[in-house]
Design a protein around this ligand. Structure first.
Ligand SMILES: [Zn+2]
Length: 317
């Protein structure tokens, strides 16, 4: 098969799986009176914990919510792998049988989603109830924040297919960058250089690279005027040293790939308003969160990929 045809098949398969997932969230949501985007958010959060899980792929599942065996079957259940809904209920396990086959199977999409949904709506239907349910389940503030953000993203865009990317600068503008990951000599006062410096003149637009939600905006002594945007892969995109922000962008706002967030500048390395201590550039960093810890990774390969993809799209037009 030619590369293009292969890509098309892959795209179609992806769209089909988004569609099937949406249907499942809607179906379980209406059964449980939970908005589909809350179930989608929990599922997506668990997907980001183990993005390359071979087990999940081999099981051919649509959803990725997974339960510890004793959480599913009950802590005092002598059979941790119990799938009998009656004995599970007897031992206080969470596991439910949603599709009525008499088996409560944690690896069955319907059973798993229904079980999670029942747990969530046992706390109530308001947004605060949702957050309390998440906190009780994950015992982790970060998980609560992520899932709430994901739910807001899904609700705002009303779809699951939100993984397009754009290059952070207009590719027709003047800019240059190298792989400077971990370089100790750099601009802007980051002790270990967690990111990439894209050099460009003052005033070049800085754009969101993804669909996502604004998590942080404002002054930082090192980063100057900076903004942080979280996407559904649980990646936090950090843009620093801006000369200013685009109008009407606030924490909690939704961003789309290519949307202008501000302009290249040289702010930072001092009290609010400091600028000109180094040449104008965009400091761009990406951080990953797996629920337990957050770490930076080298954005250079992704920058190259996005740049290449945009050039290819422009050529096609
Ligand atoms: Zn930098």
């Amino acid at each position: 098969m030619a590369a293009e045809a292969k890509d098309k098949t892959k795209d179609t398969a992806k769209q089909d799986s988004f569609l099937a997932r949406r249907q499942l969230y809607e179906e379980m949501g209406s059964l449980l009176h939970i908005p589909w985007y809350r179930l989608a958010a929990v599922d997506q959060y668990e997907r980001t914990l183990t993005p390359n899980s071979k087990e999940a792929k081999s099981e051919n599942r649509l959803t990725r919510i997974s339960f510890l065996p004793p959480v599913w079957s009950g802590w005092v259940n002598p059979q941790p792998e119990d799938t009998n809904p009656l004995s599970i209920a007897l031992f206080g396990g969470m596991g439910k049988d949603a599709d009525g086959d008499g088996i409560a199977d944690p690896k069955n999409d319907r059973d798993a989603l229904f079980t999670m949904g029942r747990y969530i709506n046992s706390f109530g239907y308001a947004e605060d109830d949702f957050r309390i349910a998440l906190w009780k389940y994950y015992q982790n503030d970060r998980a609560v924040q992520r899932i709430s953000q994901f739910a807001r993203i899904y609700k705002a865009f009303d779809r699951l297919d939100l993984f397009e990317n754009a290059f952070p600068l207009p590719i027709s503008s003047m800019y240059s960058y190298n792989d400077t990951w971990g370089n100790s000599r750099h601009w802007g006062g980051f002790r270990i250089h967690e990111g990439n410096d894209l050099f460009a003149p003052y005033g070049v637009p800085v754009r969101s690279v993804c669909y996502g939600i604004v998590e942080i905006k404002g002054w930082n002594p090192f980063g100057g005027w900076r903004i942080g945007i979280r996407d559904l892969n649980n990646r936090y995109h950090y843009y620093a040293h801006l000369s200013g922000y685009a109008k009407n962008i606030n924490v909690g706002d939704m961003m789309t790939p290519g949307q202008v967030v501000g302009w290249v500048g040289s702010s930072g390395y001092g009290p609010p308003g400091t600028q000109g201590k180094f040449p104008p550039h965009l400091h761009f960093g990406i951080y990953r969160d797996n629920g337990r810890s957050e770490w930076a990774f080298d954005p250079y390969p992704l920058l190259k990929k996005w740049e290449y993809a945009e050039r290819a799209r422009l050529r096609k037009k």
